[in-house]
Ligand binder design. Structure first.
Ligand code: CU
Length: 470
């Protein structure tokens, strides 16, 4: 989790004001606060690739100029703080090299990763984490990324969605030799776009993506930033047999660990925002096989961008669910105008469960008491689950009288303020609180105003409204 506060951010911005240096980046420094494609194309004209790419983004509408809060029009000197919040993750923001290029270092390696308390597996990640850190850069930067391979096999990194020289695109065998184990390769390209992109292995994709070699890549607009909270969430799915220690890359359809930033609920950190905050959430999906319709309660968002670029304002429409297809990003924007605790989750119901058992008989509607009594002499504690859904499962586990297999998590959730929360997997909570809020601290459960929580109907109400119970 980011330890930078807004104050750090402002200070770093102020420190940068004096120091535009010579070279490629100083041309970027001349960019005005309001994006103008022609100016950008001129500023980058010395680089033919960048110039060609800038012309491809021409005609895009300028970002709305309302309420600028943080000005990015002056480039940083030295290190720069992260601006995107990656729940359960972190950012990599680069350091400025002596030639003005922003330098990053990724190490691909095996990582012991905890999906939720009780479930850990040996995955492949970058810089000691799964998924890799969120890259942050600013439009007009030139980036140089060193990739060190500490895996037992060759790998590459593909920069998903970027306009770059073909030889920097990272497809093993096609555009470069795969990076052998122990070697370090270098990628370098100018960034002429802004928005939400990704990076991932593009060598033996079936294995390497299934084991976690993916990450988000955010390019900030040059100019004013209009968002109080800017969040990156990568969606993924895994097959991890209870009791085993490695995700199975051969799985084609039966995924049982569904994650946001490689965490399954109840392992996902909540999103904490202030009332009336402008919030942007950047979803990326590099799941092996499934698209994910992500749904937020209590709010309406607009789908503002894809990995192909920003959607013109007139073409954005309000939604409460955004479908994030495999190999895509979707950026949504909304105002957090409703206080409370709000669920945000994939709407595929098997994607909000953990380590489901499949191939089990359908016990819905069956009275299994007799069966349980017959089995218990040989299997003490045996309990048939699913006679009336999975609600009971989590509660049995929580109360301690139904253990789960070693290295596995219950199918659903955790104890909430009103009982057991019957959601797992690709699920998190958006917590909207009066400002000021501490963005990095879970504020606990929402304290509902009196009279605003559903509860038992009283007989007088029923009589008043003519409801007769038979
Ligand atoms: Cu899903």
């Amino acid at each position: 989790m980011s330890t930078f506060s807004r104050r750090d951010w402002l200070r770093a911005g102020a420190a940068a004001v004096g120091g535009a240096t010579l070279g490629r980046i100083s041309r970027a420094a001349a960019l005005p606060a309001t994006w103008d494609p022609q100016t950008a194309a001129d500023a980058l004209a010395a680089d033919s690739v960048a110039a060609a790419n800038a012309s491809r983004t021409a005609g895009r509408p300028a970002p709305p100029a309302s309420a600028p809060r943080r000005d990015l029009s002056t480039p940083y000197v030295g290190d720069r703080p992260p601006r995107v919040h990656t729940p359960n993750g972190s950012s990599i923001t680069g350091s400025r090299g002596p030639d003005g290029v922003w330098v990053y270092h990724l190490t691909a390696e095996e990582v012991e990763h905890e999906f939720a308390p009780g479930l850990t597996a040996t995955c492949w990640g970058y810089n000691g984490q799964v998924h890799g850190p969120t890259f942050e850069a600013v439009e007009g930067d030139r980036v140089r990324v060193y990739v060190t391979n500490r895996l037992p096999v060759a790998t590459t990194v593909h920069w998903h969605g970027f306009f770059l020289p073909s030889g920097m695109d990272g497809v093993g065998g096609l555009s470069q030799a795969p990076i052998p184990p122990g070697e370090t390769y270098v990628y370098e390209f100018p960034i002429t776009q802004n928005g939400t992109f990704m990076y991932h292995s593009h060598h033996d994709e079936m294995t390497q993506i299934a084991l976690g070699l993916t990450g988000m890549f955010v390019v900030h607009e040059r100019g004013a930033d209009r968002f109080d909270r800017d969040v990156a969430i990568m969606l993924h799915e895994w097959r991890i047999e209870p009791g085993t220690s490695r995700p199975d890359p051969n799985e084609m359809s039966d995924f049982n660990v569904l994650t946001m930033n490689a965490r399954a609920y109840p392992g996902t950190d909540p999103l904490v925002v202030g009332h009336m905050d402008r919030v942007r959430i950047r979803f990326g999906n590099l799941s092996p096989m499934d698209h994910h319709p992500i749904h937020l309660h209590g709010h309406v968002w607009k789908i503002a961008a894809t990995d192909g670029g920003r959607i013109p304002d007139a073409a954005q429409w309000p939604e409460t669910t955004v479908l994030v297809p495999v190999g895509s990003t979707r950026t949504v924007e909304f105002t957090a105008d409703a206080l409370g605790d709000w669920a945000m989750h994939c709407h595929m119901t098997h994607h909000v469960m953990n380590q489901m058992g499949h191939g089990v008989p359908n016990m819905t509607g069956v009275d299994a008491a007799t069966l349980d009594r017959q089995v218990q002499p040989v299997a003490p504690g045996y309990m048939t689950m699913g006679e009336a859904g999975m609600d009971e499962h989590g509660a049995h586990v929580e109360s301690g009288h139904m253990p789960v297999p070693e290295n596995s998590i219950p199918m659903v959730g955790q104890m909430g303020p009103f009982g057991y929360i019957t959601m797992g997997g690709m699920y998190t909570n958006l917590k909207v609180r009066p400002k000021p809020v501490d963005y990095d601290r879970d504020p606990g459960w929402y304290d509902h105003p009196p009279g605003t929580v559903a509860g038992p109907a009283d007989p007088a109400q029923l009589a008043r409204d003519g409801i007769a119970l038979t």
